[in-house]
Design a protein around this ligand. Sequence first.
Ligand code: NAD
Length: 298
Amino acid sequence: MAVVAWIGLGNMGGPMTANMVKAGHTVKGFDLSPNALAAAGAHGVEAAASIAAAVQGADVVFTMLPKGDHVRSVYFGEAGILANAATATLLIDSSTIDIDSAQAVHDAAAAAGFRFVDAPVSGGMSGATAGTLTFMIGGESGAVADASGFIEPMSANIIPTGGATTGQAAKICNNLMLFINLASTSEGAVLADRLGLDKQVFWDIASVSSGDSWALRTWYPVAGVVPTSAANNDFAPTFTAELANKDIGLAIAAARSTDTPLEIGEHVQQLFQRLIDGGQGAKDCSMIVSLVDGSLQT
Ligand code: NAD
């Protein structure tokens, strides 16, 4: 069994580490939030007082942080991973971040003698809890193969994507499609209600018809239909509107750099921006439905 260092124990890192502990690994966790550390401690993660303390003696380090700036700050500098881990330690970043930040960490890790892979995930908090995430992994093939061994208890699918940053490229494109699907699901759900359809009847139809999507089956934004929906819990976050806005922004930035028109994606980003401007950035992204049903005026 391995010694695993884990930096970032939020909505995803929390349940992911629970599955690593269940698989028999020793997990040493660090998070800036005392609440996140305490919650992880309740499922067997040993709290570390610093990044340096977490990575000491680790076979592998995972990071699960909000954005590229967080990942850079955790990897770089005197208190960071590269300055404090042993070079034999495999480094895996599972955050969803911009390609420039991922490339910068790849370059710095290689220069310091480490093996590093970008390994973002799909499947949401429910997939993290069930241990059924999809991992998409970019990097040198030997490091990707070794990373896959550690990832197994958290995943249903492990898919090598190619060289450095290709995992992030796959994730960015996937999430562009996810959030467009979430927006279209929100519009369909509200219109179905206004046309007098029972919410469960409409969901039962759409989920076996051509309107189906992961967003519909997992995040349906109407309370009392899908057990994993944040709508059941007043939109307490499983994936915040802030992070959704970040992800679709990553797609738009990548599209600009490749001269790709994303007319629908840009429109959906404006919806998330309105949620944030309306003070709801920390709520679940599926609250986008409130812009369709009019319960949030912005
Ligand atoms: P989150 O905000 O719930 O958790 C992030 C954690 O990182 C927080 O606990 C925060 O305190 C901690 N953190 C921030 N800076 C830190 C630092 N310098 N040192 C230590 N800890 C630090 O976010 P999340 O929903 O768990 O998402 C994490 C990443 O996974 C994001 O990139 C997100 O886009 C991606 N992701 C999220 C989901 C989802 O459904 N929530 C699904 C797939 C991928």
